[in-house]
Design a protein around this ligand. Structure first.
Ligand code: AMP
Length: 199
């Protein structure tokens, strides 16, 4: 089992997602809409910013690299789907920010989250372990985090942050519960690949 320990200070700044790929996450608001309007909303509310914990522990990144290499050995085409070592992360929150004003509100919400998160941590560390792999919809390969007190705390932190952002009017989430995971490959990195390969 591989471990990483984090404090609030290790949370990534709000990062913009690469919005080049067409088929992406959705925030859930669009569920209310139908047909054409639904399609438009889906595009409109697609998450384009996220907050994550960078995973940089060399023991973890090199083990993931070994898994990626083994997969590529089986099928060279999948190399395009691999998440680079420097980009490995655990996503805490995704959101849709439409303009500079919303970006600055989100930056404020992130700053506000600090005290709440520190209250939750009560000076303790969150010690994340990674073990075993799984997938979402045969399209995203990820390393699992075992259920324990640490992941429960991480979930509390993610939910608290989501609430803080939502209270400020930020459109967050993808309409599903927080499930901590560490993505190491996703077919969405290549449109061609998604058409050709099923994991
Ligand atoms: P991430 O690891 O947050 O970069 O997410 C990688 C991909 O996994 C994105 O396309 C997400 O939409 C998708 N994803 C994240 N969490 C879930 C989940 N609980 N169920 C299904 N797909 C998910």
């Amino acid at each position: 089992m591989l471990k990483v320990i984090f404090f609030f200070s290790s949370v990534h700044a709000i990062s913009e997602k690469n919005t080049k790929n067409k088929r992406k996450r959705t925030t859930g608001k669009e569920i209310e809409d139908s047909s054409e309007r639904k399609k438009k909303k889906k595009k409109q509310y697609r998450p384009n910013y996220f907050i994550s914990l960078p995973i940089t522990n060399p023991e973890i990144t090199s083990s993931i690299q070994a898994v990626q290499d083994a997969i590529i050995q089986k099928d060279q085409r999948l190399s395009k789907a691999m998440v680079r070592s420097g980009s490995l992360h655990v996503t805490m929150l995704v959101m849709h920010l439409s303009n500079e004003e919303e970006i600055s509100i989100a930056v404020g919400a992130l700053a506000d989250s600090k005290d709440f998160v520190e209250d939750l941590l009560k000076g303790k560390k969150v010690d994340l372990s990674f073990q075993g792999i799984d997938h979402f919809r045969n399209e995203v390969g990820f390393v699992k985090l075992p259920e324990n007190d640490h992941t429960t705390k991480l979930t509390e932190i993610a939910e608290t942050m989501k609430k803080i952002f939502q209270e400020k009017g930020i459109l967050t989430g993808e309409g599903r519960a927080f499930k901590p995971h560490l993505t190491f490959m996703k077919l969405s990195k290549s449109t061609e690949l998604r058409k050709q390969v099923v994991l």
